[in-house]
Design a protein around this ligand. Structure first.
Ligand code: PLP
Length: 391
């Protein structure tokens, strides 16, 4: 028996464990400190009533002989794929339902999609980045090139025609930077990918936070994207499904003359047995008029938090990306502090916890991530403390 030696090449991530240790140590030494956590990327608001009602109704379906559902289609039930196609149509994107694959979340699909690509591909990944893209490639022994995202390019790097890549990861609006590409930026990537016969793996997990109507919410709003892109999306941030689990992936049939769509279908039907009927019913309820309105209210709650934090950084004159069209704010640490020094400074002097940018890649050092997923009153309180400390 041989093990996959590439696992030894994975870099150990101490980011969240180090944060937890530092916060616990500080809290133990200062039990009176009222610590506010603005570091977590998980949602905090409950599922909306329309989703809960649909989940309850689906549970009842499972209790009756005539409405019981066993194994479903591995690609997802027709009712959910139709609803998703309708959602894309609202943004001017026409998809065939056979191009949409329902899954248990974007993370699984972003990792699993590599099954259909050879290991000799050159992979291009922006830095800083959502760590899953890098680690899944390292596990498979692929060569990874990093692309510098930084203050100069507003954390929205564009392609370099002198560098060849086969697989390109883009995430917009981005985790951790909150930066979102405009049409021209994504068009440059689509043109590059088509010219290089490359594929863009586009992570749209935060598309629901885009408010600016001039910004794309799907890569398929870009001319030529259907011949070079696969899109991953999720109900996690859109509707609070982080613990309920549902997402989807779009593999257009125009990509390699349908070959990748066929291969992904084959991959999913072989290794995946579908998302629970009950969960898919809950997910579909997001697209009813009532569900959509309730989801927008929850998103509005987080967006108001983001605005409170953005206004605070504006008032302090601190450079940042995100905050608009994203639940994340990615700020430049004041006074040239590195990420971890600023983390300690904020914890000790404002009792506010964020995420050091250095944990997301080399280019993240000197930057810091705050999230809008917290409680509104606590976020407001954190903003006041930041104002006092950093003025
Ligand atoms: N993609 C990005 C960029 C994320 O930040 C996350 C979660 O934080 C995911 C994907 C995972 O989403 P899901 O919960 O659908 O697996």
């Amino acid at each position: 028996m041989q093990i996959n030696e590439h696992y030894a090449d994975l870099e150990q991530s101490y980011l969240f464990s180090t944060i937890a240790r530092k916060v616990n140590e500080y809290a133990a030494a200062h039990p009176e400190a009222d610590i506010i956590r603005l570091g977590i990327g998980d949602v905090t608001r409950p599922l909306v009533p329309a989703v809960i009602d649909a989940l309850h109704a689906a549970v009842t379906d499972q209790s009756r002989q005539e409405t019981f559902h066993g194994y479903g289609d591995e690609q997802g039930y027709g009712f959910l794929r139709d609803a998703l196609a309708g959602y894309y149509q609202e943004h001017g994107v026409t998809l065939d339902t056979t191009e949409i694959f329902v899954s248990d979340g974007a993370k699984s699909d972003v990792g699993n999609i590599l099954d259909i690509f050879g290991t000799d591909n050159t992979v291009l990944i922006p830095d800083p980045v959502y760590p899953v893209y890098v680690d899944t490639n390292v596990m498979a022994g692929r060569k990874v090139l990093f692309l510098d995202a930084n203050e100069q390019n507003g954390f929205l790097p564009l392609p370099d025609p002198s560098v060849h890549a086969d697989i390109i990861y883009l995430c917009s609006p981005n985790n951790p930077t909150g930066a979102a590409y405009d049409h021209a930026g994504l068009q440059a990537w689509v043109d590059y990918a088509n010219a290089e016969h490359a594929v863009i793996l586009f992570d749209a997990a935060y598309e629901c936070f885009v408010e600016d109507e001039t910004l794309p919410r799907s890569i398929f709003q870009i001319e030529g994207a259907k011949t070079c892109a696969i899109e991953f999306c999720s109900f996690s941030k859109m509707a609070g499904f982080t613990g309920t689990r549902c997402g989807w992936t779009v593999v257009p049939k125009a990509l390699l003359d349908g070959k990748l769509n066929q291969m992904w279908l084959r991959r999913q039907t072989t290794k995946f047995n579908g998302v629970p009927y009950i969960v898919q019913k809950g997910a579909a309820a997001c697209f009813t008029a009532q569900g959509m309105q309730q989801i927008r209210e929850t998103l509005g709650y987080y967006k108001r938090n983001a605005k409170v934090l953005a206004d605070t950084l504006d008032a302090l004159g601190i450079w940042y990306t995100g905050g608009k069209n994203s639940p994340y704010l990615w700020l430049k640490c004041p006074n040239g502090m590195d990420s971890w020094t600023f983390f300690d400074y904020l914890l000790e002097n404002a009792h506010v916890v964020g995420t050091p940018g250095a944990g997301f890649g080399r280019n993240g050092d000197g930057f810091f991530r705050l999230t809008a997923f917290g409680d509104a009153a606590r976020t407001q309180e954190a903003a006041e403390r930041l104002k006092k400390l950093l003025a």
